[in-house]
Every structure is written in structure tokens, then in C-alpha cells.
Design a protein around this ligand. Structure first.
Ligand code: RB5
Length: 147
């Protein structure tokens, strides 16, 4: 069976969470595409958001995971891409609901806001939930037509 591909990107504030996520997701059987960065040297988050989003829209990744200090810059950058529905989540319930209702395909997290265990819980919730479809299909289509 073909592995589900997930693209991961972070800036200097989020690279340590990303490294642990890659290890964790690989152990679960996902194929991880590491879009960088991989050190504490200061970098610009829009570069990594763009790399991850392109993996999702053009290179067969089912999901993208983006981590910066707050998750806000990453989500702003990601949502400028057509067909990317990026959700900044700080709790498990939002992560489930954004998959169910918005068919979110990119999860953004703030490494300076939530601790690693919380971030991992949110990641699990996001990946474990499916899109509900029904009337939400119309709304998701409207989202994608905005850009
Ligand atoms: C980097 O210092 C910080 O601005 C970045 O990680 C992020 O929080 C931006 O939204």
C-alpha cells in the first residue's frame, strides 16, 4: 500500500518540533517530506510555508504541517495559496473540527505558544479526523474560489 505523504516545514522557532514530528510520523508509517529549516539560525517563515504548500498542491502530499513561533505567520503565508486551507490550531477540538468542516489540508502550530505534548495531541487529532462532506463541500469550494 502506498504511504500517505506529509510535508513539514518550520522556521527557527519550530524546527525542533518538526524534527520530532518527522520521527513520530515516520514511525506511524507516513512518508515525510522535510521542507526545512533544520537549525536555530534565523530564517523567514514565508519561504517554508511556500515550500510546504507547493508539496500539497503539486507534489502529492495529502497534508502539510507548518510550525513557527506563534503559527500565525505560517498560516497567513499558507492561506495565500490556491486550494490551501491552513488552520492554526491551539487545541484538539479545533483540529478535529477544521478537518470535519473546512477540510483543512495544512495544520499550523505555534511552538512558542504550546508545549510539544500538546502540539502532538493536536497533530494526532488533525490526522485522525475526516472531512464530513455534505453541505460543507459547497463552503470549501467557495473558499477555494476566493484565491
Ligand atoms: C520569529 O521570531 C517569529 O516571528 C515567527 O516564528 C512567527 O511567530 C511568526 O509568525
Amino acid at each position: 500500500m502506498e504511504k500517505i505523504k506529509i510535508a513539514l516545514g518550520a522556521d527557527h522557532a519550530g524546527y525542533a518540533y518538526k524534527a520530532k514530528f518527522i520521527e513520530y510520523l515516520t514511525s506511524l508509517g507516513y512518508e515525510c517530506v522535510n521542507c526545512g529549516t533544520d537549525s536555530a539560525e534565523s530564517v523567514d517563515y514565508p519561504i517554508y510555508a511556500d515550500k510546504v504548500c507547493k508539496q500539497v498542491t503539486d507534489e502529492g502530499c495529502k497534508f502539510g504541517i507548518l510550525i513557527c513561533g506563534t503559527g500565525i505567520g505560517m498560516s497567513m503565508a499558507a492561506n495565500k495559496h490556491h486550494a490551501i486551507r491552513a488552520a492554526l490550531c491551539g487545541d484538539v477540538e479545533s483540529a478535529k473540527l477544521t478537518r470535519m468542516h473546512n477540510d483543512a489540508n495544512v495544520l499550523c502550530l505555534g511552538a512558542r505558544i504550546i508545549d510539544y505534548d500538546k502540539a502532538k495531541e493536536i497533530l494526532d487529532a488533525f490526522l485522525g479526523q475526516s472531512f464530513m462532506g455534505e453541505h460543507h463541500i459547497r463552503r470549501v469550494k467557495m473558499l477555494d474560489e476566493l484565491i
